[in-house]
Write a protein that binds this ligand. Structure first.
Ligand code: 6PG
Length: 473
C-alpha cells in the first residue's frame, strides 16, 4: 500500500478536521486514536476522503504506514498527555522522524521537550494552529517552530492545508524550538484583548445607549465593512443577532456573563511581564475574564454600592457611535503594538529572530484575529522591520493621530457613567504614557532613593546618584 505523507494522532474535533483538510488537499495521511472505535467512526465520517486516509489501530501499524522520515502530528490536550504520547511513540520511531505538537502548548514545555529530545535520533516541532474547528478543516494559520531541516520536510503538506490571503499561504517557519508556540500564545493574548475591547464597546452600547442586542449587532455589521473589518467583528454581529430558541430573546441575553479561559492569555501576560514589556491590553483582558468569573461577588457589590448615574447622553448619537468605532480602532492598535513588542523582546531573549512581517502576514487569514488590519501591519513591518513600536510607523501613527481623540472621549464618557472599560482605558493610558517625553518616574526614583538608596541618574548627567534626603529633614 502507498505510504502516507504524514501521520496524525488524536481524532478529537481539531485533529479530525485537520486530518480531513490534509486528505482533501491530496495528501495521504495515516491516523491513530487512543480508542480504536473513534478511528473507525472517523473513517466512516470521512466520505470520499476515506481513500486518502489510512486508519490504524496500533502504533506499530500507524508508524509503518508513514513515509520516513515520518512527520507525526500530535493533536491532543496540551500538557502531560503530550509527554505520555511522545514516550509511547518513541520506541517505534526511526532516525529523523519528526513529532509535531500541534496543541496550544506553553512554549516553555515545548523548549523543554526539544531539550529532552536533543540527544536522541528524533526531531520535534512545536506548531501553533489557529482558526478553531472551521480553520482546521478549511485552512488554519500555522506557526512553526523547530529546525529548518524538519520544516523543509513538512512545508509542502502544511502549505497545502493552510489558509490563504491573496493566494499567499498563512504558514511559516518562525524559528527554533518554542518559537511557533510562543507566537501562537501571543496571538491568543491579542485575541483576548480584541475580544475584551469589543465586549467593552458592546457594554457602552447596551448599558449606556440602551440598545438591544440586534441593534448593536447592526452597528458591528456596519463596522465590519470599514476599517475594523475582521473575523471577530463579523462573528460579533452574528452572535448579537442570534435568537435563543428556548425563549425567543437574543441569545447573548441568556448567556451568563462569566468568561472561561484555558491559559494562553494568562501566559501571554506572564511572558510580557517576564520580558519587561508593557502589554496592558492583554493584562486588562485577562483581569477582565477573572473579574467576570466573580459573578456572585459582583452581584453582591452592586447591591452594596449601587451603580453610578449615567453621564449625560451624547447629544449627537451618530457622532458618538462613530467615536466608538474609532476608539475601538485606536485601542486595537495599542493592543497589537504591545503584542508585537512582546514578540520582539522574546525574539532577542530566546535567540529566535522572529520575523515580524511574516507573523503579521500569516495572521491575515485562517486565524481567529484575522483581519484587514493585519494586512496593514504586514505592510508597516515590511517597510520597517526593526521599528521599536508599531504605533510610530508612518501608517499607524497617522491612524493613532486620527483616532485617539475618539478613544479619549469614549473612555471619559464611560468613566463618568461608571461603565467598565479596562482594556480601552489601558490603551488610552498606554498612548498617553508613551507619547509624553517628560514622565513622572523622576518622583519614583527619588522615593526609591529616599527609602532604599537605590540611586538615580540626573538629567544634567552629573555623576551624583543620591539625594540630600537625610540632611534636609
Ligand atoms: C485559535 C484559538 C484557540 C483557543 C480558543 C479558546 O487560535 O484557534 O485561540 O486556540 O483555544 O480561542 O481559548 P480560551 O478558552 O482561553 O478563551
Amino acid at each position: 500500500m502507498q505510504q502516507a505523507e504524514i501521520g496524525l494522532i488524536g481524532l478529537g474535533v481539531m485533529g479530525s478536521n485537520l486530518a480531513l483538510n490534509i486528505a482533501e488537499k491530496g495528501n495521504r495521511i495515516a491516523v491513530f486514536n487512543r480508542t480504536p472505535a473513534r478511528t473507525d467512526e472517523f473513517l466512516g465520517e470521512a466520505g470520499d476522503l476515506a481513500g486518502q486516509i489510512i486508519g490504524c489501530h496500533t502504533i506499530e501499524e500507524f508508524v509503518a504506514a508513514i513515509r520516513p522520515p515520518r512527520p507525526i502530528i500530535i493533536m491532543i490536550k496540551a500538557g502531560e498527555a503530550v509527554d505520555q504520547q511522545i514516550a509511547a511513540l518513541m520506541p517505534h520511531l526511526a532516525k529523523n522522524d519528526i513529532m509535531i505538537d500541534a496543541g496550544n502548548a506553553n512554549f516553555r514545555d515545548t523548549v523543554a521537550r526539544f531539550e529532552r529530545l536533543a540527544g536522541t535520533d528524533f526531531t520535534f516541532i512545536g506548531m501553533g494552529v489557529s482558526g478553531g474547528e472551521e480553520g482546521a478543516r478549511h485552512g488554519p494559520s500555522i506557526m512553526v517552530g523547530g529546525t529548518e531541516e524538519s520544516w523543509k520536510r513538512v512545508e509542502p503538506v502544511l502549505t497545502s492545508i493552510a489558509a490563504r490571503f491573496n493566494d499567499e499561504p498563512c504558514v511559516a517557519w518562525l524559528g527554533t524550538d518554542g518559537a511557533g508556540h510562543f507566537v501562537k500564545t501571543i496571538h491568543n493574548g491579542i485575541e483576548y484583548a480584541d475580544m475584551q475591547m469589543i465586549a467593552e464597546i458592546y457594554g457602552i452600547l447596551r448599558d449606556g445607549l440602551n440598545l438591544s442586542a440586534p441593534e448593536i449587532g447592526e452597528i458591528f455589521g456596519t463596522w465590519n465593512k470599514g476599517r475594523l473589518n475582521s473575523y471577530l467583528i463579523e462573528i460579533t454581529e452574528k452572535v448579537l443577532k442570534a435568537t435563543d430558541p428556548e425563549t425567543g430573546t437574543p441569545m447573548v441575553d441568556v448567556i451568563v456573563d462569566a468568561a472561561g479561559q484555558k491559559g494562553t492569555g494568562k501566559w501571554s501576560a506572564i511572558e510580557a511581564q517576564n520580558l519587561g514589556v508593557a502589554a496592558t491590553g492583554i493584562e486588562a483582558a485577562v483581569a477582565g475574564r477573572v473579574l467576570s468569573s466573580l459573578r456572585s461577588e459582583r452581584l453582591a457589590a452592586e447591591k452594596l454600592f449601587g451603580l453610578p448615574a449615567l453621564a449625560e447622553a451624547p447629544k449627537d448619537r451618530a457622532a458618538f457611535i462613530a467615536d466608538l468605532e474609532n476608539a475601538l480602532l485606536a485601542a486595537k492598535i495599542a493592543a497589537y503594538a504591545q503584542g508585537f513588542a512582546v514578540m520582539s523582546a522574546a525574539s532577542a531573549e530566546f535567540g529566535w529572530s522572529l520575523p515580524m512581517p511574516t507573523i503579521a502576514r500569516i495572521w491575515r487569514a485562517g486565524c481567529i484575529i484575522r483581519s484587514q488590519f493585519l494586512d496593514e501591519i504586514t505592510s508597516a513591518f515590511t517597510r520597517d522591520p526593526g521599528v521599536a513600536n508599531l504605533v510610530i510607523t508612518p501608517a499607524f501613527s497617522a491612524m493613532v493621530k486620527e483616532t485617539d481623540g475618539a478613544l479619549r472621549r469614549v473612555v471619559s464618557h464611560a468613566a463618568l457613567s461608571g461603565l467598565p472599560v479596562p482594556a480601552l482605558s489601558s490603551a488610552l493610558a498606554y498612548f498617553d504614557t508613551y507619547r509624553r517625553g517628560r514622565g513622572t518616574a523622576n518622583l519614583i526614583q527619588a522615593q526609591r532613593d529616599f527609602f532604599g538608596a537605590h540611586g538615580f541618574d540626573r538629567l544634567d548627567g552629573k555623576d551624583i546618584h543620591h539625594g540630600p534626603w537625610a540632611g534636609q529633614f
